[in-house]
Design a protein around this ligand. Structure first.
Ligand code: GAR
Length: 221
């Protein structure tokens, strides 16, 4: 483990929807499993339930509604960065943030932005992962935490959780099983970052202490 910073790491969480992953992160910060604080939650949707969760936890909220936004994707991300920067994040967390970020934004937070994706990457990048997993007939599905790079859902994997696909599964039942695991692995990965165990190297490889993280990620005990 490298040096643990003395002041708590500032986390800014980007959301678009329900915010159950945000809730898992807020809880883990509150009970000390993550040595960091959520400084702000920024939503691309004005009515995201995640904003209610943030307010209940007395966390600052910002909305940059992408539906009513007039301007280019670049303009949106410039305003997004402006809002995020107000909270001087040490780590930016995408937690169900349903927008593709521009390369400029991604570069600004290189090595300090994580995403949780509801599939075992590199399988099922993009949207509708559970429906696609069911349609493809895979027997194992899951979730992945990865560093965000310019390649959509393609950054180096930090950790993954696997779940069985059961006969009779629907998109909803499979999503629920995966989500339970998301709430475990995302706080775990954030705590690794906050304690200085996790880093992205210059060549876009991910490291856990002095070990290169293998393609399937670090397993959570
Ligand atoms: C989660 O399953 C997350 O992995 C997924 O959206 C859901 C958000 O749930 N993210 C993506 O699909 C990103 N492309 P939550 O709002 O309850 O955390």
């Amino acid at each position: 483990m490298t040096d643990v910073p003395s002041s708590p790491l500032s986390l800014v969480v980007l959301v678009s929807g329900n915010g159950s992953n945000l809730q898992a992160l807020l809880s883990a910060c509150a009970n000390g499993r993550i040595p960091a604080r959520v400084s702000a939650v920024v939503s691309s949707e004005a009515n995201a339930y995640a904003l209610v969760r943030a307010r209940e936890a007395q966390v600052a909220t910002e909305v940059l509604c992408h539906r009513s936004f007039i301007g280019s994707r670049k303009d949106y991300d410039a305003q997004l960065a402006e809002k995020v920067e107000r909270y001087q994040p040490g780590l930016v967390l995408l937690a169900g943030f349903m927008r593709v970020l521009t390369p400029t934004f991604v570069r600004q937070y290189r090595g300090r932005m994580l995403n949780i994706h509801p599939a075992l990457l590199p399988a099922f990048r993009g949207l509708h992962t559970h429906a696609r997993a069911l349609a493809s007939g895979v027997k194992v599905h899951g979730a992945t935490v990865h560093f965000v790079t310019e390649e959509l859902d393609g950054g180096p994997i930090v950790t993954q959780a696997r779940v069985p696909v059961l006969s009779g599964d629907t998109e909803a039942s499979l999503a629920a099983r995966v989500l339970v695991q998301e709430h475990i692995i995302y706080p775990q990965a954030v705590s690794w970052f906050a304690t200085g165990c996790l880093r992205l190297a210059e060549d876009d490889s991910a490291w856990f202490d002095d070990r290169l993280i293998p393609p399937q990620g670090v397993s959570v005990e």
